[in-house]
Design a protein around this ligand. Structure first.
Ligand code: NAG
Ligand code: NAG
Ligand code: NAG
Ligand code: NAG
Ligand code: NAG
Ligand code: NAG
Ligand code: NAG
Ligand code: NAG
Ligand code: ZN
Length: 316
């Protein structure tokens, strides 16, 4: 989860003297500022006790029937994605107003602000932040949301232990030999060539929606825990939702992230392995245990049978 990136951007490769006094010069690619150093260069809060990401142990996730479905507002809008930007440590897409989530046992509605991605070095060298039962996925997409009552004031949100809600989606290689799939991800990645250098951004044309990008994920099945931002200052202000299903993207498109984007200009290193390492375990909850899937199937079959019967009686 890459949050205060804009404020910190100029600092990463520059000497600290050139940085605003409250900004932290952090990075992924240099031993002097990578995540191993964050607890010492950002003691408030990267050395905390509620840090993200974590390895989720599926068998240890406690059932919680309060973890109901979300409502996603304007995730179907093909004009909500406004701008795509190389922000030195990630690719970030910012949203227009009116995009948001509620439900899912969140205490109130949250406004969705942006998404960004974490990756490794191509599809064969995975770089998700969370892992599940030790498995690291090729990439992870984070949608960043802020409590609607803060009206976009991030200072207030990061001072609240649930001020932010992050939605994490794993990205996995599509099976078979497909290329350029799905079409929504072909469109998204087509912008990468325009933002190869840090600080570059381009407007996004209307066309793809968040729903299009989150294809194939059952958004009622997720893990929930209280954690932090995964980049300095690692504020412990995040309600994490990590979805169980992955988004399937063809290998050629996954590989574009680690082969196109630079951490600075075109002579600087490629942006690879942009993820924080696993932090100490935290309590995780999820929907009811897997036996429910059997009963759901039976229930759906029963409904189907019922609708067939009803359908017949109505058509008669
Ligand atoms: C984090 O570092 C600060 C400053 O060194 C220290 O005061 C604090 O106790 C540390 N917190 C933890 C959880 O180690
Ligand atoms: C579910 O929500 C109710 C009402 O807010 C609360 O009393 C209860 O403790 C919650 N259950 C769990 C497992 O968190
Ligand atoms: C998006 O979903 C809402 C609620 O289901 C619906 O009213 C609206 O027409 C949809 N918009 C588009 C662009 O599909
Ligand atoms: C990343 O992958 C490329 C292509 O496979 C390889 O040449 C390069 O050495 C890798 N970089 C690192 C840091 O592993
Ligand atoms: C955000 O909230 C803080 C703390 O209440 C306040 O000091 C600051 O002025 C607010 N910022 C904006 C842009 O409203
Ligand atoms: C993928 O391509 C390889 C080599 O062209 C071929 O042997 C294999 O059958 C293809 N697999 C699928 C699932 O199409
Ligand atoms: C991206 O770059 C190409 C080639 O330079 C250019 O034709 C296109 O207009 C650019 N797209 C955007 C959205 O800036
Ligand atoms: C490119 O960035 C490097 C630092 O990564 C810097 O040393 C070099 O001067 C820059 N080159 C140009 C042309 O800006
Ligand atoms: Zn992130």
């Amino acid at each position: 989860m890459n949050w205060l990136v804009a404020a910190l951007t100029v600092c990463v490769l520059a000497p600290t003297a050139h940085c605003a006094s409250n900004a932290i010069a952090w990075c992924y690619h240099l031993p002097s500022c990578n995540d191993a150093t964050w607890p010492t260069i950002a003691t408030k809060f990267c050395n905390g006790t509620r840090q993200s990401p974590i390895n989720i142990v599926s068998a240890s996730a406690k059932p919680n029937s309060n973890l109901t479905a979300f409502t996603f507002n304007n995730y179907n809008s093909s004009t909500a994605l406004k701008k795509i930007q190389n922000s030195e440590n990630t690719v970030k897409v910012t949203f227009g107003s009116g995009v948001g989530i509620s439900g899912g046992d969140l205490s109130e509605a949250y406004d969705s602000l942006q998404f960004h991605l974490h990756w490794g070095n191509g599809s064969s060298s995975p770089g998700s932040e969370h892992t599940v039962d030790g498995k690291r996925y090729p990439m992870e997409l984070h949608i960043v949301n802020i409590k609607s009552s803060y009206k976009g004031n991030t200072t207030q949100a990061i001072a609240d232990s649930t001020g932010l809600a992050a939605l994490g989606f794993f990205i996995e290689e599509m099976s078979g030999n497909a290329t350029g799939q799905p079409a929504s991800w072909r469109t998204l990645t087509s912008y990468l060539a325009n933002i190869t250098n840090s600080g570059q951004s381009v407007p996004m044309a209307p066309g793809i929606s968040l729903d299009d990008l989150l294809v194939g994920v059952d958004r009622t099945r997720y893990y929930r825990y209280l954690g932090s931002l995964t980049t300095p200052a690692c504020n412990e202000a995040v309600v994490w939702t990590v979805f169980k299903d992955s988004i399937k993207v063809s290998k050629d498109l996954i590989d574009l992230f680690s082969t196109t984007l630079h951490v600075s200009n075109s002579t600087s290193p490629l942006m690879i392995n942009v993820f924080r390492n696993i932090q100490p375990a935290l309590p995780v909850t999820t929907q009811r245990a897997s036996s429910s899937s059997t009963s759901t199937t039976c229930y759906s079959l029963a409904l189907m049978a019922l609708s067939l019967v009803l359908g017949r009686s109505w058509s008669q």
